[in-house]
Design a protein around this ligand. Sequence first.
Ligand code: G4P
Length: 291
Amino acid sequence: MREAQSIQWFPGHMTKTKRQMEKTLKLVDAVAEIVDARIPVSSRNPILDQLVKNKPRVILLNKADMADPAQTARWIDHYQSQGILAIGVDCRSGKGLNQLIPTIRTVLKDKIASWAAKGMVGRTIRVMVVGIPNVGKSSLINRMAKGSKANVEDRPGVTRNNRWFTISKGFELLDTPGVLWPKFEDKLVGEHLAFTGAVRDEVVDLEWLACRLIEELKGIYPQALKERYKMQEVDLAPLPGYEILEIIGKNRGMLISGGEINTERAAIAVLDEFRSAKLGRITLEQVKERA
Ligand code: G4P
């Protein structure tokens, strides 16, 4: 079976992205880094810390609607213990986004005070959104920019590709996000991105992927698997992923002629149901193990 490959980023592409990001960072006061709350480690860019350096930052644990709320709260505490403010959000419904501006203001407290001391009371705060593909950057920008007009006046940094939305009085958001690459050299990262659908399914073997997901789930959320696929009586612990996939296919009546179990259909069902949170709210990367 083929293993998960990650999104392709070429060295030249990465260098160009990095250079562009460094240039854009000079135009903003703070960065809103979006991660996927279900996989907060794998959905981060490996060099973002180095890129943003001392630029104030807020982490948005997005897709919190699909993540385990207790785990999201633990991640927020974890980041806070590192001196980073984080919030759980759902950019699809907009839930939690009312905390974004106040949190950025908190992060910029000292800067705002120093602007005020220099007579720049109410100076506009500019923020850019960054994150790897599929974490919800466009959803966030669309939500925040709803009803606001893009500013197109002539000023440094405002080009056709670089416009700002006034999302609240004295608060502007760059209309294009910084798209970064994931830590794709790590096999587990590639798998986790594929589980969530951040990596296109054409590049991975679905049965292999579903078996890997099942193996992770049986360790951290066995009850979710048992309930969803009517396996309450089965001791999942000693079973390899493929055998569990067969039970799922059988229980769902997914058979092909001759009575054989259609494990491909079962694999698609498991992946779809994980991605749409039908298996429940699940966080695959928990603070204890992978912080
Ligand atoms: P990107 O710009 O970072 O690449 O991500 P984008 O906003 O395009 O979001 C990627 C997918 O994730 C979209 O789904 C989007 O609707 C979904 N999404 C974003 N934020 C959230 C969230 O907080 N919760 C949930 N449940 N989903 C979220 P899609 O399937 O590509 O499109 P569609 O189903 O919205 O049409």
